[in-house]
Design a protein around this ligand. Structure first.
Ligand code: GTP
Length: 619
C-alpha cells in the first residue's frame, strides 16, 4: 500500500488536499459543536430576559394606567357626590373615563346601598353596560351599549347582586387609596379579572360608595401573546399560590370561574418545575435553568412583578429548546449540505484537475517506456496550448531527433560491423601467416638447436654439448650418484682402424659406420645415460650407474652387439670393433681430469690390441 501510495502522484495530491481540508474543517467543527449549545442557551436566556423586561414594562403601563384613572378622576373639576346621584351624569362620567383609558376593561361605581352601574368593553369592540334595576341592591341586567354607554338591548340578567359583598368593595373600605383585589369572576359573564377599587367618602367621611375598574385576564393574556418568542413557548403569570393568572397556552384558561392551580394535576409540565421555581428566593433572582420533559429539552426563565404589598406575580417563560434549535439545526443541515456539496465539488474538480494534469504525464511516461524499448511510433498527440502541450510537442520532437540519430547510429554500426568482419578476416589471415612463420621459425630453431647441440651425422650430442652437460650434471647439488664420492662412470669409445676403413670402403660407408655405431650405443643405454661424439670416430658415454659390473655390462653389450650384427651383410661381413675405457667418476675431480684419465686408459686398450675394454676403478 505504501509503495503504491509513494509511486502514485495522483493519490498523494488527493491525500494532501483531503488532509488539508480535514485539519481545517475538524477544529472549526469541534469549536462549533462545543460552543453552539452554550451560545444557544445564552441567547435564549438573553431573549427571555429582554422579553421579561418588556412584559414588566407592559404590566407597569397596564397597572399604572389603572391608578392614573383615579388621579385623573380627582383632577376633574366635577362634584362626584352629585354625579353619583344622577344616573345619566354617572354613566357619562364612566363612559368618558373608559374612552380615555384603553387598557381598562370595565369602570363602575357601586353605591353604599348596593346598586351598581358599570360600563365595559366586550370582545367584539362593543360596550356592555351593567346596571342594577333599581337604585339599591337587587336584580341587575347587562345591556348592549354604545361608546356613551347608552343602549337598551338586554344581554343577560341576574336576579340579585350585592357589590358590597365583593372582595374589591371590602378592601376599598379598608384603605383610603386605590387597592387591588384578588382575581375574581365577572358579575354576569364568567370573565375573570382583577379590580382596582377606591372608596368615595363625603366630606364628613361617610362612605358614599366604591369606584372600581376591572382589568380582565383576557387583556393581560393578549399582552402576553405579544411576548411569545417561539411558537411552542408559553408565557405565564402566576400567583404564589400556584394559580395561573394568565397564560398564552389555551389549556391554562380558568375553568368554572376558577383559576387553574398547579396542584390540580392538569398542568404536568408546570408540576415538573414548580418545586424549583415557586420559592420566592428563586424566582426573584430572574433565574433560568434547563430541564427535560417527555424526552425533550426545555428552558425555563423566571422573574416576578410586584403588584402590591406581598402579592407578587410570578412571570414564567417556558419553551422547548427545539423551537430555537430546529432553525439552528436546519441552518446546520443546510451548512453541512452546502459544505458536503462544496467538498464534493472540490474533490470532483480536484480529481478532474489532477487527472487533467496527470494524464498527459502518465501518457508521457508510457511513451518514454515504449520508446526505451525501441517502439518509435509511440508519440503523444496532445492538443493543448499549456506547458504540458508544450512538453508533449518537445517530447515528440525529441523522439524524432532521437530516431534519426539512432538510424544514423545503426547505419554506422552496420558499417562498423562490416569493417570489423573485414578486419577479423585480415587478422585471421595474418594470424595464419604468423603461425606459419612461427612454425617455420620453431622448426628452424629446432634445426639450429640440433645443429648447435647435436652431431648432424650421428644425431647424438656433439662434443661441446656433451661436456657442458656432463659438467653441469656433475655440479648439481644432488648428483645422480648414490655416494657423494661416486658420480657414475665415463666411457670413452674409439673405432678401431677407422682410417683404414675409410680408405677401404670410402667415407660414405665410413659415415654409415659412424651412424650405425651411435645407434648401437644408444640402444644399449638407458634414458638417464648420455652419449656424445667427442671426436671424429671417438664417442663418450656418461652413466650414473653405481656398480662397476653394470658399467662393464654396458661395454660388453656394445662390443657384443658390434660383433654380432655386422655393418653390411654382403658377401663380406663388414664389421667394426672398438676400443673403450671405463673410468669411475669421483666428485672431487673435474671433467677434464676424468677425460684425461679415461683417454689414458683408452690408449692402453689400443696398445693391448684393440677391440677391448680397459677399466679403471681408481678414484
Ligand atoms: N668416413 C669418415 N671418416 C672420418 C671422419 N672423421 C674422421 N675420419 C677418419 O678417421 C681416421 C682416423 O684415423 P686415425 O686417427 O689415424 O686412427 P685409426 O686409423 O682409427 O687408428 P687407431 O685409432 O689407432 O685404430 C682418419 O683417416 C679420418 O679421416 C668422418 O666423419 N667420416
Amino acid at each position: 500500500m505504501l509503495i503504491f501510495f509513494t509511486k502514485n502522484l495522483g493519490w498523494r495530491i488527493q491525500f494532501t488536499l483531503s488532509l488539508f481540508v480535514f485539519i481545517t474543517a475538524v477544529p472549526i467543527g469541534l469549536i462549533w459543536y462545543t460552543s453552539s449549545e452554550q451560545v444557544l442557551f445564552k441567547t435564549i436566556e438573553k431573549l427571555y430576559h429582554h422579553s421579561s423586561e418588556v412584559i414588566k414594562s407592559q404590566l407597569d403601563d397596564f397597572f399604572t394606567e389603572a391608578k392614573i384613572v383615579y388621579e385623573h378622576q380627582s383632577r376633574l373639576n366635577i362634584n362626584l357626590a352629585e354625579t353619583i346621584n344622577d344616573r345619566d351624569k354617572l354613566l357619562t362620567h364612566i363612559a368618558n373615563i373608559l374612552n380615555h383609558h384603553h387598557d381598562i376593561d370595565y369602570y363602575y361605581f357601586a353605591n353604599n346601598k348596593g346598586a351598581l352601574l358599570s360600563l365595559g368593553k366586550s370582545q367584539n369592540a362593543q360596550y356592555i353596560r351593567l346596571e342594577s334595576d333599581q337604585p339599591s341592591v337587587g336584580p341587575i341586567s347587562s345591556y348592549k351599549a354604545d361608546f356613551s354607554g347608552n343602549g337598551e338591548h338586554i344581554l343577560n340578567q341576574k336576579t340579585f347582586f350585592d357589590p358590597r359583598t365583593r372582595d374589591w368593595y371590602q378592601r376599598a373600605l379598608e384603605k383610603n387609596q386605590p387597592v387591588w383585589s384578588d382575581i375574581y369572576p365577572g358579575v354576569i359573564d364568567d370573565i375573570l379579572g382583577i379590580s382596582l377599587s377606591k372608596v368615595l367618602k363625603d366630606t364628613d367621611g361617610k362612605v358614599l360608595g366604591v369606584w372600581g375598574l376591572d382589568l380582565t385576564l383576557n387583556s393581560v393574556t393578549q399582552k402576553l401573546q405579544k411576548s411569545k418568542l417561539s411558537p411552542n413557548s408559553t408565557v405565564l403569570l402566576m400567583n404564589t399560590r400556584g394559580e395561573i393568572i394568565a397564560s398564552t397556552n389555551d389549556k391554562h384558561t380558568p375553568k368554572d370561574r376558577q383559576l387553574l392551580n398547579v396542584s390540580s394535576g392538569q398542568t404536568p409540565l408546570l408540576q415538573t418545575i414548580w418545586p424549583t421555581v415557586s420559592p420566592a428566593e428563586y424566582y426573584k433572582n430572574n433565574s433560568a435553568y434547563q430541564f427535560r420533559y417527555e424526552g425533550e429539552q426545555w428552558v425555563c426563565f423566571t422573574s416576578y412583578y410586584p403588584l402590591s404589598d406581598s402579592r407578587d406575580i410570578l412571570v414564567l417563560f417556558l419553551t422547548p429548546v427545539s423551537d430555537f434549535t430546529s432553525e439552528f439545526i436546519e441552518t446546520m443541515h443546510f451548512a453541512i449540505i452546502i459544505t458536503v456539496l462544496l467538498v464534493g465539488i472540490a474533490i470532483y474538480y480536484g480529481s478532474y484537475g489532477t487527472k487533467y494534469i496527470l494524464t498527459p504525464i502518465i501518457r508521457l511516461t508510457h511513451s518514454a517506456e515504449a520508446i526505451s524499448q525501441g517502439k518509435w511510433n509511440h508519440q503523444i498527440h496532445l492538443d493543448r496550448q499549456d506547458e504540458l502541450g508544450q512538453l508533449a510537442r518537445s517530447f515528440n520532437k525529441m523522439i524524432e531527433h532521437l530516431k534519426s540519430y539512432i538510424d544514423q547510429l545503426n547505419t554506422h554500426q552496420d558499417e562498423t560491423a562490416r569493417l570489423n568482419a573485414l578486419l577479423e578476416k585480415q587478422n585471421q589471415k595474418l594470424e595464419e601467416r604468423v603461425q606459419a612463420r612461427t612454425l617455420s621459425l620453431t622448426e628452424a630453431n629446432k634445426k639450429l638447436q640440433q645443429l648447435a647441440y647435436y652431431d648432424p651425422l650421428t644425431n647424438v650430442a656433439n662434443r661441446r654439448y656433451f661436456w657442458d652437460e656432463f659438467e653441469r650434471q656433475l655440479h648439481q647439488p644432488t648428483g645422480p650418484a648414490e655416494s657423494p664420492l661416486h658420480r657414475g662412470w665415463l666411457f670413452i669409445l674409439d673405432i678401431d682402424n677407422f682410417k683404414q676403413f675409410n680408405d677401404q670402403y670410402g667415407h660414405v660407408v665410413g659415415d654409415d659406420a659412424l651412424k650405425y655405431f651411435s645407434q648401437v650405443c644408444t640402444s644399449c643405454l638407458s634414458d638417464q645415460d648420455m652419449i656424445g661424439r667427442i671426436g671424429g670416430e671417438e664417442f663418450a658415454i656418461w652413466s650414473n650407474i653405481i656398480h662397476q659390473a653394470e658399467a662393464q655390462a654396458i661395454a660388453d653389450a656394445i662390443l657384443s652387439a658390434l660383433s654380432l650384427q655386422p655393418l653390411f651383410k654382403t658377401e663380406h661381413n663388414v664389421a667394426i670393433t672398438i676400443s673403450a675405457s671405463i673410468g669411475v667418476i669421483p666428485c672431487q675431480y673435474g671433467d677434464k681430469n676424468c677425460y684425461a684419465r679415461a683417454d689414458k686408459q683408452l690408449y692402453k686398450a689400443k696398445a693391448a690390441g684393440k677391440n677391448q675394454v680397459c677399466i679403471n676403478t681408481h678414484r
